[in-house]
Design a protein around this ligand. Structure first.
Ligand SMILES: N[C@@H](CCC(=O)N[C@@H](CS)C(=O)NCC(=O)O)C(=O)O
Length: 275
């Protein structure tokens, strides 16, 4: 049996880290790491595109079979070994978990990418790097989003969209956690956690998490529980971590915070009815 994982080993690589956290929680160590670098445009090399025509990372290859899409890769990993199970036993609850993951895929991913682009990528990486990369991006949605956020910063409409996505996620989490359950699906840590934690990590890296979660104390406590797990703690050992106060994420976050807080207040005032 062989298992290769093409991934980015960086603290803010949200989709790769979903897979890394899931593997750690399952205690699976017999896999071959194939590290990619977006700045080298590894994701657009013909041999990679032949496996993953989306030109995105991660990709898992198990005994020659290719599995794409981080949330599907995590579900696949959970089937490889029974213990510990990362999904509820009850079939209905399994669908409820899938509903969370769908929300994180459909809205959380874009929102998290926007926060990364608005802060670290916009303020610390030369624009020319992106100009070179944009020539290859095979997906028009991704291209327009990246350009809009890098060129227009806080004025990009994607910023308010990103705020809205996380506000929806946090409001729903706060409600789900009202019955004192430690994790989204109850007593068991599941794929709902492995699929969301890397996104929250980025918000923490740019130092937005403390003020953003002020109205969501149960979600805050949920994150504190997760952050102490070895599977999540290891992310701080990867390159581009933001442990230091002068790290690119911390610096770019501090610079963006005042304008971002205004946008968050604007969203909360205008969309108080949204859920
Ligand atoms: N829906 C995909 C999205 C993967 C994705 O977009 N990954 C980013 C890195 S976090 C990427 O590969 N970006 C390529 C680029 O920006 O050119 C998944 O969940 O696997």
């Amino acid at each position: 049996m062989t298992m290769e994982i093409y991934y980015l080993e960086e603290t803010d690589s949200i989709c790769s880290n979903r897979v890394i956290v899931t593997l750690s929680e399952k205690g699976i160590t017999d896999w071959t790491p194939i590290k990619m670098l977006l700045m080298n445009r590894d994701q657009f090399k013909p041999s990679y595109l032949a496996m993953n025509p989306n030109g995105t990372v991660p990709t898992l290859v198990h005994n020659g079979a290719v599995i794409r899409e981080s949330s599907l890769i995590c579900s696949y990993i959970d089937t490889l070994k029974a213990d510990p199970p990362l999904a509820p036993e009850d079939p209905i609850e399994r669908f409820h978990m899938a509903e969370w993951i769908k929300l994180f895929d459909e809205r959380g991913f874009e929102a998290c990418a926007v926060i990364n682009f608005l802060t670290k990528f916009r303020l610390t990486i030369p624009r020319e790097e992106f100009m070179k990369r944009w020539k290859y991006v095979p997906n028009i949605d991704r291209l327009y989003r990246q350009k809009s956020v890098l060129l227009d910063g806080l004025d990009s409409p994607y910023v308010l969209r990103a705020i809205g996505a996380f506000e929806t996620i946090f409001r729903r989490m706060e409600k789900a956690l009202e019955d004192d359950r430690p994790f989204l699906m109850g007593d068991r840590f599941t794929l709902a956690e492995t699929n969301l934690a890397p996104f929250i990590k980025v918000i923490e890296m740019v130092r937005f998490l403390d003020f953003w979660l002020e109205p969501y104390p149960l979600t805050r406590a949920w994150w504190d529980r997760l952050a102490s797990r070895p599977s999540i703690r290891q992310l701080d050992e990867f390159p581009s971590n933001a442990v230091a106060e002068d790290s690119p994420h911390a610096r770019a976050g501090r610079e963006t915070e005042p304008g971002f807080r205004e946008k968050l207040a604007e969203y909360r005032e205008t969309f108080a009815h949204a859920f």
